[in-house]
Design a binder for this molecule. Structure first.
Ligand code: TRP
Length: 334
């Protein structure tokens, strides 16, 4: 039986944080270890340039950072293909053909892109490359022949655009070469909130804990976490809901009974913030210590990491180049 193909990816705008870990990395390792899938992991540096076009050095640097995060959490290059988007010329080539298949109106309607445009205050200075990144993402997905794209809910419009393009391409060129992809949204998916409790964890909001953070940094960040602002004295009853410390205990502590006891005690009063924070620190230190140590080992041998990425990229070049040739044949161009 041929294995189902997965394509997933990240923009290398910085090292990966615990939001990535909870939202996707963990799931990728699980999918990889089932052995049921051909998993490709794309480091989407070209897509990162669509809103960081003036910082190519930073994006380049972060390719290695992201690769080290992958390896540290357990992505195994003998089981999953790690590759770099800008080294796969079939992707921009396919993007050019796809761009003819949808209208400006359609790309402007993508709700995720709309929201990002609002957040980035582009106003009327939207880079064209940014506006059409969903089309380039459609090329990523189809060039790998992906059946499944594991994503968060915000990426669903990308899959919808992709499948529109697939149908339009196949009907226009009277072919069945492209196949539709399915979004794979993890069950009870929820985004990890940032340290401030205000929004999801994100690099740009400065509320993130990184996989590479050392133990002191981890402790410092936990100390800064938003708790209940009205919990002024230890003996006061505290609010658990929306209290980031408890949100993280729910996310990272497998000992649910202890978590419940701590919640009850906190709600009753008599449990200080610092005590819960120290407990959370122990839990998180235990959970992320091995990952951090593995990452430190990889960081000592960057050339080995770069070699792994190079080999994965070569494999991805083979896949996407040979598929691109078939696509051009189906259009009558080769
Ligand atoms: N848009 C994704 C993100 O912002 C990154 C990405 C690029 C991607 N190409 C992809 C994800 C293809 C899945 C499949 O995180």
């Amino acid at each position: 039986m041929t294995k189902k193909v997965i394509l997933t990816g990240d923009r290398p705008t910085g090292p990966l944080h615990l939001g990535h870990f909870v939202g996707s990395l963990q799931n990728r390792v699980k999918l990889q270890n089932t052995g049921d899938y051909e998993q490709n992991i794309l480091i989407a540096d070209m897509q990162a340039l669509t809103d960081h076009f003036d910082q190519p050095e930073k994006i380049k640097e972060n390719i290695t950072e992201v690769a080290m995060d992958y390896l540290a959490v357990g992505i195994d290059p003998s089981k999953s293909t790690i590759c770099v988007q800008s080294q796969l010329p079939a992707l921009p080539e396919l993007t050019m053909y796809f761009l003819n298949l949808l209208t400006l109106n359609q790309v402007e309607r993508n709700p995720t892109v709309k929201e990002e445009i609002r957040q980035k205050n582009f106003e009327n200075k939207i880079p064209v490359g940014f506006l059409i990144y969903p089309v380039s993402q459609a090329a990523d997905i189809t060039a790998f022949g992906a059946d499944l794209v594991p994503v968060g809910a915000d990426q669903i419009p990308m899959i919808e655009d992709t499948n529109f393009i697939v149908r339009k391409f196949n009907s226009t060129y009277k072919t069945e070469i492209l196949k539709e992809a399915n979004a794979m949204v993890p069950e009870n998916f929820s985004r990890l909130v940032g340290l401030d409790g205000k929004a999801k964890m994100s690099k740009s909001l400065g509320n993130a804990i990184y996989l590479k953070d050392d133990t002191d940094t981890l402790f410092k960040k936990i100390k800064q976490m938003y708790t209940d602002p009205n919990h002024l004295r230890v003996e006061d009853p505290g609010e658990v809901q929306g209290n980031v410390v408890f949100t993280y205990l729910d996310a990272f502590d497998d000992d649910k009974k202890t978590v419940q006891e701590l919640k009850d005690h906190y709600s009753r009063g008599g449990l200080g913030d610092m005590k819960v924070k120290k407990y959370l620190y122990e839990v998180m230190e235990h959970k992320f210590k091995d990952i951090r140590e593995k990452r430190t080992e990889f960081a000592k041998d960057i050339s080995q990491v770069q070699q792994i990425v190079k080999e994965g990229t070569e494999r991805a070049q083979d896949i996407t180049n040979s598929f691109m040739l078939k696509i051009k044949k189906s259009m009558g161009l080769a």
